[in-house]
Design a protein around this ligand. Structure first.
Ligand SMILES: Cc1cc2nc3c(=O)[nH]c(=O)nc-3n(C[C@H](O)[C@H](O)[C@H](O)COP(=O)(O)O)c2cc1C
Length: 370
């Protein structure tokens, strides 16, 4: 494929290639992976939520202090490792410390904030509140699954005199992690595909005279997929990729987590998360346990720190399970006691291993070669 990839401009920022590393919480896309992608000409996103969950975290205060301190550290490290490159954060609106994480990101000099898992209606207000005199504020990128959500954000932000620097459209049909639909039955419908939503959003923006890029997320694997997203028919100006980077050396996951992906023989399914959104994950023994549990059984992964605005398990310990601990467990290697979030491309990570691709640097080089 000899076609050259164009650069991507997001507000005042420009990258050599139109590739954004999608934030993966909790601590999967940390400074190392974000810097690797930025150093190869992309935008590097740190998964900014849940960083306070470490071995033995029990108390609320300890958790939230950890979230703040570790996010500050990851942003600083990523900026340093990328020589002040295009480093930003992904912040989920759904977390209870959202405002504080915005504050930390602004103060630490994150170049952009991508925000979804809920509508980031208050994001500009928080950025304004915590801006540092003399320091540029982060470029703001809402993540949406459909045009209606994008229009709501545009309308609300207009009141603050703020225009998004870009939109990320994430399709629930293929993306990993929490998915932006309320009903699992909607997943797979063509009305939520990138081919449908991206052109619709491009048109809305054109009608409103707003000249910002739309970035397509979900199921992008290779250069052909990137070129398809950038084609006039779809109209994206960039892509966001996560799953392909999961098994890389730079990804902050245990070897067990990476190898579970590479050797996976279980189906990739849609699960019900306690957050109230569906999520895409590898079906493992933990998910089977959750599905088969009786109403009297409490799948207790540790004490609740009240990390989410809406959480079925926090409300009733016998309902659902603790998602933050479930994600933490698999990241550190306890892969049978947690949720292995992945995208629909999760089964393809073995292809990279077979080709001798082990690093994010190699993936970026393969994606961008002429
Ligand atoms: C393990 C995992 C964790 C994720 N965590 C987050 C997150 O914290 N916030 C978010 O907005 N998106 C999250 N996502 C979604 C990605 O950022 C991305 O938009 C999507 O997965 C892109 O599709 P792809 O994985 O097929 O490349 C996650 C995805 C995965 C696979």
């Amino acid at each position: 494929m000899s076609e050259e990839l164009p650069p991507l401009r997001i507000g005042r920022l420009e990258s050599e290639f139109p590739i954004v590393l999608g934030g993966m919480s909790t601590a999967l896309t940390n400074s190392e992976l974000a810097a690797a992608v930025a150093n190869q000409g992309g935008f590097g996103t740190i998964g900014g939520v849940g960083l306070g969950m470490v071995e033995g975290t029990k108390r609320k205060k300890e958790y939230f202090t950890g979230c703040e301190t570790n996010l500050r550290q990851e942003i600083n490290d990523a900026l340093e490792k990328s020589n002040d490159g295009n480093i930003g954060v992904n912040l989920m609106v759904a977390v209870t410390d959202y405002e504080n994480l915005v504050k930390v990101s602004v103060e630490t000099g994150a170049k952009f904030i991508a925000s979804g898992a809920g509508l980031p209606l208050s994001l500009p207000e928080y950025v304004e509140k915590y801006k540092v005199p003399g320091q540029p504020t982060p470029e703001l990128i809402p993540i949406v699954s459909g045009v209606r959500a994008a229009e709501l954000v545009l309308r609300r932000w207009k009141k603050d005199g703020v225009t998004p620097a870009a939109f990320i459209v994430e399709t629930p049909n293929t993306a990993g992690g929490h998915l932006g639909v309320t009903k699992s039955e909607d997943i797979g419908k063509s009305e939520f595909s990138l081919e449908t939503v991206v052109p619709q959003l491009v048109e809305v923006l054109e009608q409103q005279g707003i000249d910002i890029p739309v970035i397509a997320a979900g199921g992008v694997w290779d250069k052909e997929d990137i070129l398809k997203s950038l084609s006039p028919k779809v109209g994206a100006k960039g892509v966001q990729i996560s799953t392909r980077f999961i098994a890389t050396d730079e990804c902050n996951a245990s070897t067990a987590f990476k190898e579970r992906h590479v050797d996976n023989n279980d189906p990739i399914i849609v699960i019900k998360s306690p957050v109230g959104m569906p999520g895409r994950a590898i079906e493992n023994s933990f998910i089977r346990r959750v599905n088969e549990k009786t109403p009297e059984e409490n799948i207790d992964l540790g004490s609740c720190v009240n990390c989410l605005r809406v959480c079925a398990h926090a409300k009733d310990p016998f309902a659902s399970f603790c998602i933050i601990r479930a994600l933490y467990n698999v990241r550190v290697g306890d892969i049978d006691n947690g949720v292995l979030f992945t995208g629909s491309n999760g089964d393809r990570l073995k292809e990279d291993r077979e080709k001798g691709i082990h690093s994010a640097r190699q993936i970026m080089q393969e994606l961008t070669k002429k």
